[in-house]
Design a protein around this ligand. Structure first.
Ligand code: HEC
Length: 149
């Protein structure tokens, strides 16, 4: 009886620890202050939405050559609605995240126009949708990367 209780607590502790780990992971994605030094490789417009896309020359080279994106790649998207900046969405790739990410080695995070992270977005919704692009290393806009405008 006593042993059983201990085992039950052990499993509970493990679950709590795993959840805490999963939640802290997207905290590691900080606002990419230097993103405007990257290449502005495309614009996507849809109704009242205008998205501006930024990535490094090394990332664009990988897309052109059909290789996976290099370690440390950061892709930044400005999301404008009705002519005003609505939010930023950022994805960052690190080998160490391969174990915990649901989209390859990427983590996803959303930031408000003042660059503060959205605490209610842990990135799992983002990863779920980006999974459809697994064949392109989880990135939708590889075509724009190959032919930046
Ligand atoms: C319902 C599907 C969906 C969800 C959810 C989603 N995305 Fe995306 N994301 C897209 C699509 C589609 C594009 C390509 C641009 C476009 O067509 O709007 C994109 C583009 C991007 C890009 C530019 C690189 C690329 O893949 O082309 C980043 C960065 C990004 N999303 C981050 C995020 C983050 C962070 C979240 C969560 C806060 C998120 N996305 C949630 C579908 C999604």
């Amino acid at each position: 009886m006593r042993l059983r209780t201990a085992a039950g607590l052990g499993a509970g502790g493990l679950i709590v620890a795993t959840l805490a780990f999963a939640q802290t992971t997207n905290d590691a994605v900080t606002f990419p202050e230097a993103y405007r030094n990257d290449v502005h490789y495309g614009t996507v417009t849809r109704g009242n939405i205008r998205e501006e896309l930024f990535a490094s020359p090394a990332a664009l080279a990988a897309a052109r050559e059909g290789r996976p994106f290099p370690e440390g790649t950061i892709i930044t998207m400005e999301d404008h609605r009705d002519g005003g900046l609505h939010r930023y969405v950022v994805m960052e790739k690190r080998a160490e995240w391969g174990r915990i990410s649901r989209a390859g080695q990427w983590q996803f995070r959303e930031f408000a126009p003042d660059k503060s992270p959205n605490p209610s977005e842990d990135g799992s919704r983002c990863a779920a949708c980006h999974q459809s692009q697994a064949a392109n290393d989880f990135v939708f806009t590889t075509r724009q990367m190959r032919e930046p405008k």
